[in-house]
Design a protein around this ligand. Structure first.
Ligand code: 13P
Ligand code: SF4
Length: 352
């Protein structure tokens, strides 16, 4: 639907009033009505880099989800304020790993005698507390665009990796990119004693995968891939690595949102593409590439409901509050957590 013209005018006016004091970041899964106001759009990695690259901006309005805004707060200076236009924009995957559960897991690894040869690694899609846990134990953060490099780094440092919280990104990276076998991976279920694993299983495994997943990417199945190949002959199947290993193995190309955008830009006119990621992005790609056939990998509609919480009314509200001299919905990470988390985040940003 087209954006409300009144709200568009108000967002423009507020942006202009704030000038260089304001910097708006937008994740690729944001609605069209919001993304049009972003100064920079990107995948999680690019947005983390960009947040750190604007020390002169007083306010960073983050159009994305809570864990991204937390990371931006950690990576920016103490004077900068990070604002999330709707506090309910969380991430169900990040919520699947709580710090106390991860402490219990580490205890299980310790009892199995393998904690000191295990490197903890967390996907960006996790709370600041989880990043701090990882930083405290000399581990690393990754995003979907640098998971291979980060995992290689981790295996240079230890014999095993505890990968949090997305089992699919962990498995896909280990098997597809590093050549490990599926048998090298075990899944730690935080709702079972000792993760539902024996000490021997923890000793034998190379990758200990946290039992977390993305509910949006979980919608794509092997059948979705088979169906689209039948419906659209010659179609190129391009999916995000948060999809299951089955789906990723059946796809032609796999990568982060930024990778997906670049792949479509480079695609031949007339070529056909089925994209397995969030729908706001896929619709934008279909509109931008009218000379290519771009379809959604699933037959049903599937947005990320929390990404979609950030809509134009919330953005306008946040901007107008700033104009009025108030700071709404500021995201702050306490100093101790930030210190440890930034260690693991900086290590990611410094990966070759
Ligand atoms: P990227 O944009 O880094 O590919 O991440 C996808 C995602 O699910 C963010 O929540
Ligand atoms: Fe979280 Fe998945 Fe939404 Fe990304 S798409 S914010 S991983 S629920």
């Amino acid at each position: 639907a087209p954006s409300d013209p009144d709200l568009v005018a108000r967002a423009r006016a507020a942006k202009e009033a704030l000038g260089d004091r304001l910097f708006i970041l937008g994740h690729h899964y944001q609605r069209d009505e919001v993304i049009q106001f972003a100064d920079v759009t990107g995948d999680s990695f690019k947005l983390a880099q960009q947040a750190a690259a604007r020390p002169e901006a007083e306010f960073i309005v983050f159009c994305g989800v809570h864990f991204m805004a937390e990371s931006a707060d950690i990576l920016t200076t103490d004077d900068q304020k990070v604002i999330l236009p709707d506090m309910a924009a969380g991430c169900s995957m990040a919520d699947m790993a709580a710090a106390v559960q991860v402490e219990d897991c580490w205890e299980a690894l310790t009892e199995a005698g393998v904690a000191d040869v295990t490197v903890p690694m967390t996907y960006m899609n996790s709370t600041a507390a989880i990043k701090a846990f990882v930083g405290k134990r000399d581990g690393v953060v990754c995003t979907s665009s640098n998971a291979e490099r980060a995992l290689n780094w981790a295996f240079e440092r230890g014999e095993k990796v505890l990968f949090l919280p997305d089992q699919h990104l962990g498995r896909n990276t280990a098997v597809r990119d590093l050549g490990l076998s599926l048998e090298d991976c075990v899944v730690y279920n935080p709702h079972k004693p000792n993760g539902g694993l024996t000490k021997q299983q923890l000793r034998d495994a190379k990758m200990i995968l946290w039992r977390g997943h993305c509910s949006v990417h979980g919608r794509f199945t092997l059948d979705s891939v088979r169906d689209v190949r039948e419906r659209v002959p010659g179609v190129n199947v391009l999916v995000h690595p948060e999809c299951s290993h089955d789906v990723v193995s059946a796809a032609d190309y796999v990568g982060s949102t930024e990778y997906i955008i670049k792949a479509l830009d480079a695609a031949e006119p007339g070529s056909a593409w089925a994209i397995g990621t969030e729908l706001n992005l896929v619709r934008r790609l279909a509109n931008r590439h009218a000379d290519k056939q771009v379809t959604f990998l699933d037959k049903t509609v599937c947005y990320c409901s929390t990404m979609n919480r950030i809509d134009l009314p919330h953005l306008v509200w946040a901007l107008e509050e700033l104009v009025a001299g108030r700071v709404p919905n500021q995201i702050t990470v306490d100093a101790e957590t930030a210190r440890h988390a930034s260690f693991a985040l900086d290590r990611m940003l410094a990966l070759p």
